[in-house]
Design a protein around this ligand. Sequence first.
Ligand SMILES: C[S@@+](CC[C@H](N)C(=O)[O-])C[C@H]1O[C@@H](n2cnc3c(N)ncnc32)[C@H](O)[C@@H]1O
Length: 230
Amino acid sequence: MRTDKNPIILSTEEGYDRWSEIYDTNHNPLTRLDQLVFFNHFPTTLSDSHVGDLGCGTGRVSNMLAAKGALVTGIDGSQGMLNKARERSPETITYQHHNFASPLPCDDQTFDHVVSCLVLEHIEDLQTFFSEANRVCKPGGMIYLTGMHPGMMLKGNEANFTDPVTGDEVRPKGYAHEISDFVNAIQNSGLKLVEMHEYNGTAALAKDFPKANKYLDWPMLVCFICRANP
Ligand SMILES: C[S@@+](CC[C@H](N)C(=O)[O-])C[C@H]1O[C@@H](n2cnc3c(N)ncnc32)[C@H](O)[C@@H]1O
């Protein structure tokens, strides 16, 4: 068995294909935190808005947006995650398979808003990713980005799951970025950074997820709110 001292590191795509089998039952504190704060920042009235969800995974955020009236396109590099997303989503959500190493398969200014939740830690070239988000969003649209806070990595944490069959710890490949890497890449991508938030672990979170005890009053989630083509 590979433990957290000796994990199996897979490509992001292969890692999430494997994780997809249990992703929706394998609840984790970071996803809960992301869920709790999302609508503190993102509009709740989205009727007729077209929203792109970059790294949509199994459709957690795409479904939240669709429930608020948005027309959603979810894009992800893991076919396994997309298969699960399609199972849980209404037909109004469109899903596309694509790896962000290449330009997005979307025309300029396709979306009113773009979101990308808990994906940043898997992006090697942040500036290209943000420039593409900017390109496909209409001028003035909101770009909402969240990721694992670099502070979690200082405690040795990376996106990971335990394979229920083998007991191995598996990590889809990630990249350690500093907060300044995010800020500089945003500034150089053409986006305008409007707000940034950092969310710490709390006792309430640790009550539901004992492993979050490690992160009491410690940053877990980073959130960037930007405007496209300002
Ligand atoms: C932690 S999951 C988050 C899923 C969803 N956004 C959520 O918050 O529930 C990260 C997702 O990003 C996708 N992803 C990571 N790097 C990617 C890349 N380079 N190209 C396409 N998708 C990628 C993974 O396949 C995975 O589904």
